[in-house]
Design a protein around this ligand. Structure first.
Ligand code: GDP
Ligand code: ZN
Length: 325
């Protein structure tokens, strides 16, 4: 007997997938039927973690739909027949030069960018790049400052300035400590009922934080070299975890977490929410917000309404765009 249904991809390794009928956590293995290609996609992986797929599974006569996972094994896998359209997704480029991209995860309710003011020191231009990437792909972002036990007192002013910059730009900034548990309940609450991406440079305490959220989890992200892609680099396989307190998280590895997308110069400012808000008042359209007279963005920066750090990240991105084309 064949059962047809819909499920979410929770793990992807090579040609094997694990599916689960979220919000149930009833994982069962699946493979792709033939070649599934998404229209216009240049991605190296047609199906990614978070994708909602249609599947078929062969089970003994009389097995109820809810019991399916018990009968679908690695010898008798389900077959993915098609992929539902994505609400959003996050990609990274295979290399800077390559046109190919790798989809990290799809259908995300939120991305949590884990950072630290110090230990390791935060690099604002890098953070701004991650934020732009999330804006481009329509994934709401929350910034999580971890290790506040280490610097809440010693870097008081930097911490305040950080809140001002990023809350001023429209982002929520949470302060947490995986070590003391400070703020962890708030983060747990923010994850409940959603699929969230966790990203951050290595060393910021992302793994510690995931364990603090749910001690039963052992986050591991395997870097496996992929011989099918040109050049010397690795392909990472991503995995979704189920939080005991509710919600699902997708862990992504450090720096190579996600790369910037191809943006035209005049598009970049659209993804700085605080610039987008005032840009309609610029005298010229399009305006690069650099040398043009009557530029509302520059005026807002001069008036202190837009953070100079954010503007400076923007200029850096303008400079770099085009380098890799
Ligand atoms: P990851 O590379 O981002 O996964 O970082 P880890 O979770 O491996 O943590 C890196 C280091 O920071 C480890 O030595 C942790 O013990 C430490 N660490 C993580 N979170 C905190 C925290 O909230 N406070 C303090 N003081 N140390 C932390
Ligand atoms: Zn302007």
């Amino acid at each position: 007997m064949i059962i047809k249904g819909q499920a979410t991809v929770v793990k992807h390794t090579g040609s094997h997938y694990l599916l689960s009928r979220l919000p149930e956590w009833d994982m069962f293995p699946a493979v792709l039927r033939g070649k599934i290609r998404l229209k216009g996609s240049t991605a190296t992986n047609p199906v990614a973690v978070g994708d909602v797929v249609n599947f078929e599974a062969e089970v003994p006569e009389g097995v109820a739909e809810q019991e399916l996972a018990a009968y679908v094994t690695s010898e008798n896998t389900a077959v993915i027949t098609s992929v539902e359209p994505r609400r959003n997704y996050i990609i990274r480029k295979s290399t800077n030069l390559s046109r190919q991209s790798h989809i990290i995860a799809a259908n995300l309710d939120r991305a949590f960018i884990i950072a630290t003011i110090d230990y390791p020191e935060i690099k604002l231009p890098f953070l701004d790049r991650l934020l732009v990437t999330c804006e481009v792909y329509n994934v709401p972002v929350t910034i999580v400052l971890n290790k506040v036990d280490l610097y809440r007192e010693s870097h008081k002013e930097m911490l305040e300035a950080f809140h001002e910059i990023y809350e001023g730009a429209g982002y929520t900034v949470l302060e947490v400590s995986a070590l003391t548990g400070d703020g962890v309940e708030e983060l747990r609450e923010a994850c409940r009922g959603h699929v969230s991406l966790f990203s951050g440079v290595s060393g910021v305490g992302k793994s510690s934080l995931i364990k603090a959220l749910d001690p039963s989890l052992e986050p591991k992200v395997g870097e496996i070299s992929d011989v099918h892609l040109q050049g010397k680099h690795t392909t990472t396989f991503y995995e979704m975890y189920s939080l005991t307190s509710g919600g699902f998280i997708v862990d992504t590895p450090g720096l190579r977490g996600f790369g910037l997308v191809d943006l035209k110069k005049e598009e970049i400012a659209l993804y700085f929410p605080e610039m987008l808000k005032v840009a309609q008042d610029c005298r010229f359209t399009p305006c690069t917000h650099t040398h043009e007279p009557g530029c509302a963005v520059k005026e807002a920066v001069e008036a202190g309404e837009i953070s100079y750090d954010r503007y400076s990240s923007y200029l850096g991105m303008l400079d770099e765009e085009g380098k890799y084309r």
